[in-house]
Design a protein around this ligand. Structure first.
Ligand code: BV8
Ligand code: ZN
Length: 274
């Protein structure tokens, strides 16, 4: 389960600081034109999805995510990598968006110039009602032919699509056969961006365009160590935006940003976006 962050109730000073910072951000939001939000795995933690750097549990303890999330790992051992993603797909479909996700969907409905950029692959922003989401790292709920012939989303009704996800529900117990492309016979693979792979051109270009023209750039729930996504807040800062971080922990961004709010997405965002 995602790490529980230290309870702030027993620290009145921290609470006062957090309260002031939240009021400050609420005020900045009220008078702002172009708002851009970048989210990371921390936004989904309160939905019960472990963050990318949370310790892996059970069978997956022996692997580091970075070692599984590569094309080389898949080519070397497709069944193990496919199974890891099948379990994550099943886990994501078994949880709900949290108040942090729904607050961001509310914000999108209020603002005429709003961009939501996510590193997350869990599809929870869309399920919370966010309509325009730039998914920099793809989406767990889609698979595609490794050679690019075809792609299927969970819920697609075609027999080929259903066959692609057949093994998901039992992925925890059995090692499913990795499904193959019905056109070329290559393996199907998760439609996510692995380490060492380029990000979707249009998504990353639009993300940098938004960062360069942002008035207010909000960074929520990311350790800011994965590139090029981690460049976005710095780009926004360099281009004159106000950059605000929401994270229970410090990150490499914390010293650079205009305001750093120590708190969780599910707790802070609904108090900022009321
Ligand atoms: C690229 C999909 C060009 C898969 C992901 C050497 C060789 C090759 C590349 C590199 C290299 N050195 C560096 C690179 C670049 C590399 C990179 O950045 N590596 C890092 C590890 C140094 N990047 C790439 O490879 C990218 N591609 O550069 O292409 C290229 C091409 C060829 C050769 C060279 C370059 C591709 C990166 C995309 C990787 N795919 N996901 C999958 O999910 O399985 S990234 C993965 O990490 C997830 O998407 C995740 O979102 C992302 C970032 O992590 P975070 O979201 O920040 O999550 P994390 O767990 O780290 O942190 C959570 C945070 O939340 C914490 O701060 C925590 O305090 C906070 N938190 C916890 N609870 C809460 C909370 N916050 C709020 N509320 C809470 N309740
Ligand atoms: Zn194919």
């Amino acid at each position: 389960m995602a790490r529980r962050h230290r309870n702030r109730d027993n620290n009145p000073d921290a609470n006062r600081r957090q309260g002031r910072a939240i009021a400050d951000l609420r005020q900045r939001l009220a008078g702002t034109g172009r708002v851009v939000v970048l989210t990371g795995a921390g936004v989904s933690a309160e939905s019960g999805i472990p963050t990318f750097r949370d310790a892996q549990t059970g069978y997956w303890q022996r692997f580091r995510p970075e070692d599984l999330a590569t094309a080389e790992a898949f080519r070397r051992d497709p069944q193990t990598v496919w199974r890891w993603y099948a379990q994550r797909r099943a886990a994501v479909q078994g949880v709900e968006p949290n108040p942090g996700h729904t607050a961001l969907a509310r914000l999108e409905n209020r603002l005429s110039e709003f961009t939501l950029i996510t590193q997350n692959v869990d599809g929870l922003h869309a399920r919370a009602g966010s309509r325009r989401v730039l998914e920099l790292h793809g989406n767990l709920l889609r698979v595609r032919c490794f050679s690019g012939c075809v792609s299927y989303s969970v819920g697609d009704g075609s027999p080929d699509a259903r066959a692609a996800f057949d093994g998901d529900s039992s992925a925890a117990e059995t090692v499913p056969e990795v499904p193959r492309c019905p056109h070329c016979g290559d393996y199907l693979r998760p439609d996510v961006v692995w380490f060492g792979e380029n990000l979707p051109e249009q998504a990353i270009q639009r993300a940098f365009g938004a960062a360069e023209s942002a008035d207010l750039f909000l960074v929520v729930g990311t350790s800011a160590v994965v590139y090029p996504a981690a460049m976005l807040p710095r780009t926004a800062l360099d281009c004159g935006a106000t950059v605000v971080e929401i994270n229970p922990d410090r990150t490499p961004l914390s010293t650079f940003v205009t305001l750093s709010i120590r708190g969780t997405a599910g707790e802070v965002l609904p108090r900022v976006i009321v």
